[in-house]
Design a binder for this molecule. Sequence first.
Ligand code: FAD
Ligand code: NAP
Length: 339
Amino acid sequence: MPLIKENISLQPYNTFGIDIKARYFTEVNSEQDLLEIINDPQLKQLPKLILGGGSNMLFTKDYNGLVIKNNLRGISIVAEDDAFATVKAASGETWHHFVLYCIEKGLGGVENLSLIPGTVGAAPIQNIGAYGVEIRNVFENLEAVHISTGEKILLTLNECQFGYRESIFKKDYKDKYFIVSVTFKLSKKHTLNTSYGAIQKTLEEMQITEPDIVAVSKAVCHIRSSKLPDPAKLGNAGSFFKNPEIPVQQYQQLKTIYPEMPGYITTSESVKVPAGWLIEQCGWRGKRVGNTGSHKDQSLVLVNYGGANGEEVKNLAYEIQRSVKEKFGIEINPEVNIF
Ligand code: FAD
Ligand code: NAP
């Protein structure tokens, strides 16, 4: 049975660096550990919170239940042919470690997702995405254990109901299942996606004329390291809000008032507007409020300058939300999980 600790500060376990306490805290190194916790009569009644790398969480108060830190490890190729390899990864593996494993084996599909913080098991929760790729593009299935009954299920691509930063784990299955492994289908014959953002320009600066998955991964790492605040130095959880999707008609109306408003067509009916641009237009970029604020280079990223509490960050997020709604009539919603 894994050790159950009491009154543990979660500050080292969340990238925002918020100092709150978990009433009970444990770490699981195997599925057996997890099942022992689930089946323990004394722990059964406690609310449970699954913790990966803590890079998409904002804690606003002490957690009066059991926090389960995921340390499940292991990555292996479980099937392959001339064109594809099926790779299964335990959910506690670091996401970037998994990306590097694939690249090292010559397997393409996740290079654009290099350097995203967190674990493999959290990746399906919000269908992580960056630079034109989402995990649903390479996803095969996942295994998850019900945190009350211990029942194990296998979910396929369609069953996960992936959407833009969405999945069934943010809806019907919210906080109900512990994802124990994720299986991906990766390609041996690579189709690179370099058209998004600054990838192409960065490859040119790196003097790479014939890029491969290694070069694309390096370019993405380079862009991310130069643009995003490092949570080890400045607490943050990446983009605080999702980019809103609005009806084409509303976008066209707003364009007559704000001709420079960026937008990306997602379907014939809707347009995705970068939330960072909206926030910047409301004057929040680089603005500090107490110990928190919107980052000077990435207005979408809220930061902890040191000593901020979760309520402070949540209040700032609310003020930002309100001002965007007032100026543009657009609702922006948090991507970060608030507890
Ligand atoms: P945690 O923060 O620990 O958990 C997030 C949620 O998932 C919680 O609700 C938790 O209970 C649940 N959860 C975690 N593990 C499991 C599991 N095994 N089973 C069931 N539920 C689980 N995200 C992107 O999509 N794209 C990006 O480009 C990106 N860039 C980022 C950059 C920075 C600097 C930072 C700090 C964050 C960024 N993020 C990005 C957000 C974050 O990295 C991802 O959401 C990541 O998948 C979170 O992983 P985690 O292990 O830290 O999850
Ligand atoms: P960026 O390139 O400055 O672009 C701003 C926004 O516009 C992005 O959020 C992106 O939406 C959208 N966009 C840009 N080019 C697009 C295109 N060709 N087609 C569709 N949408 C486009 O963004 P950035 O802030 O530097 O981030 C770069 C990438 O890393 C983005 O994909 C972003 O999602 C990802 N990222 C995510 C987080 C996070 O915590 N979630 C943090 C940092 C970076 P999308 O977000 O939908 O891609």
